[in-house]
Design a protein around this ligand. Structure first.
Ligand code: BGC
Length: 747
């Protein structure tokens, strides 16, 4: 599509919605007809009042300053002979609406604008083509206002009305590209669990599941009656509706009824919620059958499955899945409810591997990585959020920016996507060069302003101290080594000359050990760490040891054993609990398991103490929380701000479950599970476990079960792949495609 023919509506209020409409006369039989369109703002296309397609929030969210997706629709079957009306209904969306902390709008554009062309080919091969221009009408619609954060207002008691003519608009400075990601559409439909009258006397409906989407209500009231609903993720400890954690996001939908049968649901917004409160509801009785909660997210094929004999773990698994659903709405986001909902790079880094197993995320992450590459600064810096929202106060942080090496590598392992790896490779090198030139030590990353081991439990002294106790210089330098190591691996796959990178890696390792390893254990390098002044910093933390082990920054088996023993000791000293944050959590169970301590990894996985994964499950969580104790032991909240109940990051524990409990591991030299290892690690506390991954080569499935003093294993290796199978207590063997059952010994 060519970047021209933009129109807008004058005098439109900030949160206002606008329709752009054009009447067309169809005089002859139509052979085919199509519309190509895009907007700054979001839009729906209607032909004769009927919405075309089921995708929501088009044109989707990209780094609009660089690129904007356009859509093509086949409208042949929507047209009739005689007069037809083509209408685009537009709302502020990401480009014009409120976005990012601080309630700021107009991030990318001053006003809503649209461009479209319509091509109709008749049976006699003559054609009619029209484009958006000032002959189009502007229409005030029943959607009066709409914002992602604040919600939507619809007045169904009025008919849409022509209010003027469109104005020609300036051509935005961006590139138009065809759709790259996956359509956002409606998915699960949930009925209410119950109606609650809260201690405050409010009418609240519980849908039983936290999610991102919206509530549909079927009503028939009097004309001009009002229905207003607010949304919340949790009730407070007294059982009252709680919205403080939504911060500045109002998350309220209002409908003015038509007087006929109305189906109430928003068109241009979504909320993150489990509960709704009926703020205005003109009926005495609440008939729950009129309410439906609809999950909305990007179309992705479900590829992973898991269940086991522990119901709490099964709930945790469901929470991780729902965390992904709620946060893959075109862009992978931190959370779907408060005034944030942004593509935080560190959250993607933590969750990418799990995400790529739960669902086929290739389309969503490919699009997102393309935006990340475009937004990378010329010196290689990668800021915390992509697409960028508001760089004020945003940090260039280790373990956030490193997503450029981690995510493409995980996509390569999961899907064999060497093309994406090739596209990302230059950006990986730029990121590495950025780190190399930050500060005055070429082979380390000292100083800087990092997010640290974000929300780690070992240093949270107050809500203002969120960076954890691990020295950020150590984290940054360890991740520097890791990113270079991944770039070496990527380079080898892509047949690049990796000699310089290998040398760089050796130098980083050497320097890292000089600065951060003393007597075989992590230590503090005292000179730097801007953040350490405000919080306790320790050399020996669960996170520092996990990183040294996982990124192979130790020397020899004795040191490795010493590190592992120290990690066990730190866990023991901490009453058998973890205390890691966003950086350590994705690694700690792997660090233990890769070093012969699968049993301890299971201990942490199955712990119900605070902090632990099951702590939230015991408190009724239906999604993964941002904090280990978003709800504390006494039932109060961690804080009113920055307390999301739907953050996918800690849901990353399922990459450990797929890798260790089920034991399915892709091989680097035959990615996409063409060849893989199958090395399950049963634990009698789960009793049984079963799961599968639908790969590019077919579905791998595996199960194990403790039965009559034995462990029975079953597994299927799909056609076109092969596996190296290691059943505990047995030798490693190669298996070809087929289904197998093996009786193993109890360990
Ligand atoms: C987000 C996180 C993000 C962080 C940066 C938060 O506001 O919700 O998940 O990674 O900021 O530290």
């Amino acid at each position: 599509m060519e970047n021209k023919n933009w129109i807008y509506a004058e005098n439109l209020a900030d949160s206002g919605c606008v329709g752009f409409c054009k009447a067309i006369e169809i005089a002859k039989p139509v052979k085919s007809a199509e519309v190509t369109a895009t907007a700054l703002g979001i839009y729906n296309l209607y032909i004769n009042g009927k919405k075309v397609g089921d995708a929501l929030f088009k044109p989707g969210w990209t780094s609009y300053n660089y690129r904007l997706q356009y859509q093509r629709y086949d409208i042949t079957n929507y047209l009739k002979s005689g007069e037809n009306e083509i209408c685009f209904l537009c709302a502020p969306g990401w480009a014009v609406g409120y976005l990012g902390k601080g309630n700021i709008n107009h991030t990318y554009a001053e006003h809503i604008s649209l461009t479209a062309d319509v091509k109709i080919t008749y049976n006699d091969d003559s054609a009619l083509e029209l484009v958006t221009n000032p002959t189009w009408d502007t229409v005030s619609d029943q959607v009066v206002s709409s914002e992602f954060y604040h919600g939507e207002t619809q007045d169904l008691s009025v008919a849409p009305m022509i209010v003027g003519k469109a104005k020609a608009d300036a051509v935005p400075d961006t590139r138009l590209i065809p759709d790259e990601g996956a359509d956002v559409t409606e998915h699960e439909r949930l009925k209410p669990l119950k109606l609650i009258i809260t201690p405050k006397g409010e009418r609240v409906i519980d849908f039983g599941q936290n999610l991102a989407g919206y509530v549909e209500i079927r009503v028939k009231g009097n004309r001009k009656d009002r229905v207003t609903i607010s949304h919340a993720e949790v009730l407070d400890r007294d059982g009252n509706f709680y919205t403080k954690n939504l911060e500045l996001a109002r998350c309220t939908n209002t409908y003015i009824l038509s007087g006929n049968d109305d189906l109430l649901k928003p068109k241009f917004t979504f909320q993150g919620y489990r509960y709704i409160r009926l703020d205005e509801y003109p009926f005495e009785e609440v008939d729950l059958s009129r309410f439906t909660s609809v999950a909305v997210y990007s179309d992705m094929e479900r590829t992973g499955s898991f269940s086991c004999g522990n119901e709490k773990v099964n709930r945790l698994y469901s929470n991780s899945i729902w965390g992904q659903r709620s946060n893959f709405i075109d862009v992978p986001t931190d959370c779907p409810q408060r005034d944030e909902r942004c593509g935080w790079t560190g959250d993607v880094l933590a969750f990418a591997k799990t995400a790529a197993i739960h669902y086929d995320v290739s389309a969503v992450l490919r699009k997102w990585l393309h935006d990340l590459i475009l937004e990378q600064k010329s010196d290689g810096a990668i800021y915390g959020v992509v697409p960028s929202v508001n760089e004020r106060g945003m940090r260039v942080s280790t373990a956030w920016g490193d997503v450029i090496t981690v995510a493409p590598w995980e996509m390569y392992l999961a899907y064999g996507d060497a093309e994406l790896l090739e596209e990302c490779y230059p950006a990986m090198l730029k990121w590495i060069s950025y780190i190399r030139h930050s500060g005055d030590e070429e082979y380390l990353w000292l100083g800087g302003n990092h997010y640290g081991d974000w929300l780690a439990y070992d240093a949270i002294l107050s809500p203002e101290h969120r960076e954890g106790a691990t020295q950020t210089d150590l984290i940054a330098s360890a991740y520097f080594a890791h990113s270079v190591e991944l770039a070496v691996r990527a380079g080898r796959v892509l047949k690049k000359d990796t000699k310089d990178l290998e040398l760089l890696h050796q130098n980083i390792r050497k320097k890292f050990r000089e600065y951060f390893i003393k007597d075989g254990l992590p230590t503090i390098y005292p000179k730097y760490d801007a953040l350490s002044v405000n919080r306790p910093v320790k050399g020996l933390t669960q996170t520092s040891i996990s990183l040294v082990l996982r990124f192979h920054l130790y020397e020899g088996e004795i040191e490795r054993e010493k590190l592992t023993d120290k990690l066990l000791e730190l866990i023991r000293e901490n009453d058998g609990k973890m205390n890691t944050g966003f950086v350590g959590t994705p690694h700690i169970l792997h660090a233990l398991s890769e070093n012969g301590r699968v049993r301890t990894a299971y201990d942490l996985f199955l712990s119900e103490k605070n902090p632990s994964w099951l702590f939230s499950v015991d408190r009724g969580a239906t999604t993964i929380w941002e904090h280990w104790d978003s709800i504390k032991e006494d039932g109060s909240f961690w804080n009113d701000c920055k307390n999301s109940f739907n953050h996918y990051s800690y849901g990353c524990v399922f990459d450990w479950v797929y890798t260790w409990v089920l034991g399915i591991r892709p091989m680097e030299d035959a990615p996409a599970y063409q060849r893989f290892t199958l090395a399950p690690h049963p634990d009698e506390r789960l009793g049984h476990a079963e799961g599968s991954i639908k790969t590019r080569y077919g579905t791998i499935s595996v199960s194990w079960r403790y039965e009559n003093g034995r462990i029975n294993y079953s597994f299927t290796i799909p056609e076109g792949s092969s596996a190296e199978v290691v059943i505990p207590g047995d030798e490693k063997r190669m298996y070809s495609p087929g289904s197998y059952t093996i009786a193993g010994k109890c360990l």
